[in-house]
Design a protein around this ligand. Sequence first.
Ligand code: FE2
Length: 223
Amino acid sequence: MTPRQSCTAPIQEHIDGVIHDLLVSFPDPEQLSPDERRGIIARYTAVLEGNFIYWMTAAYLSVASEEAHSVIRDNLLEEVRDNHPGMMRKFAMAADAFPTDSDALAVHRNLHNVRLFVGRLSGVKILLMMAFFEGFISRFMPYLAELARRQGSAEQEYTEVHGVCDVAHTQGLFRALEAEAALMDYPLTPATNPLEGVEVLLALIQNIVHPRIADQIHLQVNR
Ligand SMILES: [Fe+2]
């Protein structure tokens, strides 16, 4: 570990733990009804298709360091060039899980909260949120693929691409975070609440998977 990496290592480890706790809270796909499986795919699609590039763009607009701009630019280029929103839509349609108005409304409040947070353009906090997002996505792909498979779909391009590329993206975003925090002299300590964006996005992801109990669940971010 280089001295530069060591500054973000504890927070990276913490976020890994948050992702782990989140994933183990998910219901076994085998125990879900077809409608519950469809709902998870649909709400995930309702959030991802139209917002991922928007939030990554907000990250780009929020940061000041050259390293962070370069990392996010590469990420955005891949999203746009390879039509990831189209890939997401194709995945949902093949599983007969294209989002309805009810699916979109089920995540409305938590999605709105993330948009309000993102709109504040806080570079370090958005980078942390997106690193959490990419890390979560890559580890969520086997679960999402399993849901689709049980819905009778053989379409797996989205889950295969994101299970692989988001691992490198997560590492890139932590590199960007390191550069940004150093340039802005931003202490990654509880005093600055750097995990604020992680908390609002965590609530949204819980809402995607546990639509009825999302309001009661509170996985501890600051363990
Ligand atoms: Fe993507």
